[in-house]
Design a protein around this ligand. Sequence first.
Ligand SMILES: Nc1ncnc2c1ncn2[C@@H]1O[C@H](COP(=O)(O)OP(=O)(O)OP(=O)(O)O)[C@@H](O)[C@H]1O
Length: 583
Amino acid sequence: MFQKVLRYTGRHRKTTYASILVLVAGVAMSVLPYFFLYRLLRPLLTGGSLTLEETLFNAGAMALCMVLYSLLYVEGLALSHRSAYHTLENLRLHLQSKLEKQPLGAIQEKGVGVWKKMFIDDIESMELLLAHALPEGLSNLAVPVVVFAAMFLTDWKLGLLSLCSLPLGVLAMGMMYRSGMSKMGDYYAAGQKMNNTIVEYINGMEVVKVFNRDGESYHRFETDVKNYRDFTLDWFRACWLWMALYTSILPCVALVLLPVGGYLVLAGASTLPDYALVLCMSFSVGPPLIRAMNFMSVLPQLSYKIDQMESLFNIPPLKEGKTDFNGNDLQIRFENVRFSYEKDEVLHGISFSVPQGSLTALVGESGSGKSTLAKLLVHFYDVTDGRITLGGQDLREMSLASLNEQISFVAQEQFLFNTSLLENIRLGRPGATDEEVLAAAERAQCGEFLKQLEKGIYTMAGDGGKGLSGGERQRIALARAILKNAPIVVLDEATAFLDPENEEKMNAAIAEVIRGKTVIVIAHRLQSIAGADQIVVLDQGNVAGIGRHDTLRKTCPAYEKLWRAAEGAAAWRVSAEKGGDEA
Ligand SMILES: Nc1ncnc2c1ncn2[C@@H]1O[C@H](COP(=O)(O)OP(=O)(O)OP(=O)(O)O)[C@@H](O)[C@H]1O
């Protein structure tokens, strides 16, 4: 368990050890006064006398020990905090480096809530455990060990008596750990569920209000909050009896020592001064022992949290090569590509080529696998079987950076950072000048809406681009792609935000993005791709047909069905618009 934690201390492991040593020294200073107290009491017990110097020396030593204890405690905590925060930093960086190697698609699947909780909440909660539990627990544990040894050296019989309560206390503590650990999984799972429900409740508030589902949504919220309470209490109930037992038994070192030790003195088997010394020392064992136990009890939690975090990365990392793109040309080939997100296969052996400079449209019913195919091409996931090549080179052989230089992927929903729109577009090519960014924005049909903004292209996008409408966000994303100017464009055509005016602008912007490129477009509006060089029809993860529009209409029933549906939708829109005009 310690190893698991220490692994993340990195080059600050020495600081961790130093903090433990300083805290041990500090705790030793809290024990030493009992020894000087004994030196003051001994003459009274043996009928001897004490000079003023001796009294002052012992009293002064006691005071000095208290001062040193405070100083060492403060220094120890400073060291333990330094090492704790460096450990948290190491842990965050380590997890980030693991995250980076995960398939991007798998990261997106888990959701923002999970990653935010892991990187911020869970790791932050470990501060208490690392800065206090570990060093203070260990240092406090060292004291009883030393004191018990001193008792044995003074008088082994009295030493033995002082240990009598220990087995019972340790047994109670062991029972507490066992019961606690068995409930810990449920407790954390309930916490996680409550966390997710609360995030979902807040995110989905708009939908909930619009559809009047307040009651239902609140019911789930309430149930999960109550469940968390029940699991917490359940965990506590399983532990509290044992906790009460060990906290009351462990400090009672004098329980057996006091009466039986007294008897031994009366029987002449031990001396009165030894008895007094051992008794004095016994009073010093309880508090550090209890503190140690309390701190150590959080170690299983620490270990559990680290296990939980590491388990998030159990997915095999993405197979990413180290070489640059060295393909002969920009022809893309899907060779018998199979893919499963989880158990069920969603692509069942897809094969086709996209010649350099051509426009290929992927069409198919919802769920047929169009987006999945595009995500495999931009290497968000590894194919389960088969391969995808670019200019003859397997995608898995080239680095992601090199692949990204060749491909611009424009998804339907693009994330905008909360910086100026100018900087958001400049992400496409970080070295671009302001003029180049402005020109790209103009070509992506952003000019008109930018003029209406007070600060124009210097306006902040808002978190995730919330300051803009959906259509505006998409055109900013297209401007990014125009600026990037990669030779291949993969475009997930937008379905939303398409009022006639927006549609016209979007088509113009898309025409700019794809001009002179090798293009794969996921088409949702078949009319827009009727002139494509090649149309690939997907049907439930299989290729149902490949060809040009006119040919496919005759040879591919799946395409004909899609086309008729598209025509029906267009006719419906025209008649709806007419109806609107008439009204
Ligand atoms: N992250 C995921 N985890 C599990 N299954 C998924 C995931 N994403 C998609 N699928 C499944 O894979 C299949 C193909 O989905 P995909 O999104 O590629 O289809 P699509 O043709 O792009 O659909 P649409 O036109 O609605 O976007 C579907 O059965 C879908 O349910």
